[in-house]
Design a protein around this ligand. Structure first.
Ligand code: GLN
Length: 292
């Protein structure tokens, strides 16, 4: 096994590069073998290549990029910002610096929306703080009759979301607005679905986040105020006016926030108490209110 930072020579096999990458990423807290493999899978445009083609020579054009990617990852740049894309449900989405990188647990939110609406599609959807656009876009892909208004405070998310919507074939049914989504009522009313993954980390615990998050993802997408609940409180105040009768608000929450929503504080006049659902790891992750 190669135990130095010296790279394998030109003409080395995929297998040798894989071992080198794994060694170089050994400084990460976890995932060195998986990530070194997945980087090569991305470069070779074939996730199985590290296994099925490991005896082939890695062309110099790709080994140069592999070296660069591994170096950036050693500096704790997030994997998906290096490759420029992320999988969410069955699809691939572009990601760039300045947006929240979609997390696997957010997939549960879309799955629950599908369970709740079943064949009755929501006509008008509002995606608040759209980031890379994944929530609105993935719901639109599953409900071909729906229309979505996606809102974000910042320009980079809106630009990426627009490109993602085009790539996913839903751009004619989605509209983007730049704005402070806490002044939501000017966006309109009568939404059948309000969906959001708002910032929910308490300001005081931001500094203990992993460097990948702290230094590479936008604070605007993470900082939920002193107790992490500021955005929910503002949204809850206007939810009855935003939703159509029977309309649903589906929001991601932090794993430690379920009890707040189960308490009286989670009750909204006109919408009642929310249902709290778990993610695939069994943690509180989703709240749903329905307007009566
Ligand atoms: N789930 C994200 C994290 O753990 C936080 C996303 C958010 O605040 N909405 O980093």
């Amino acid at each position: 096994m190669i135990r130095t930072e010296e790279t394998p020579p030109s003409g080395s096999r995929i297998f040798d590069w894989l071992k080198w990458g794994e060694d170089m990423l050994g400084c990460l807290p976890e995932g060195a073998d998986r990530e070194s493999r997945e980087f090569l899978g991305e470069l070779l445009e074939d996730p199985l290549a590290p296994w099925t083609r490991d005896k082939e020579v890695l062309p110099d054009s790709l080994s140069v990029r592999y070296r660069e990617w591994i170096g950036r990852r050693r500096n704790r740049e997030p994997f998906h910002l290096i490759t420029g894309s992320v999988s969410f449900l069955e699809d691939r989405y572009e990601v760039v610096p300045g947006i929240l990188i979609p997390r696997p647990e957010t997939e549960s939110l879309v799955a629950k929306v599908m369970d709740v609406f079943k064949s009755k599609s929501p006509s008008r959807i509002l995606d608040l703080g759209c980031g890379s656009g994944i929530l609105g876009i993935s719901v639109l892909k599953r409900f071909p009759q729906s229309q979505c208004l996606s809102v974000d405070l910042m320009k980079p998310p809106l630009e990426v979301s627009r490109r993602n919507a085009i790539a996913q074939g839903v751009s004619s049914r989605i509209h983007f607005v730049q704005g402070d989504w806490t002044e939501m009522l000017r966006l309109g009313q009568g939404f059948d679905l309000v969906i959001s993954n708002p910032p929910y980390i308490s300001t005081g615990s931001l500094s203990s986040l992993d460097p990948e998050i702290l230094f590479h993802e936008p604070r605007e997408a993470l900082d939920g105020g002193p107790d992490g609940l500021s955005f929910y409180r503002r949204l809850m105040a206007v939810l009855p006016d935003l939703l159509s009768p029977g309309g649903v608000a589906a929001l991601e929450i932090g794993a430690d926030q379920g009890d707040f929503f189960r308490s009286d504080e989670g009750c909204i006049p006109g919408c009642g108490s929310p249902l709290v659902f778990l993610d695939v790891l069994g943690r509180d992750r989703i709240v749903f209110w329905t307007k009566g």
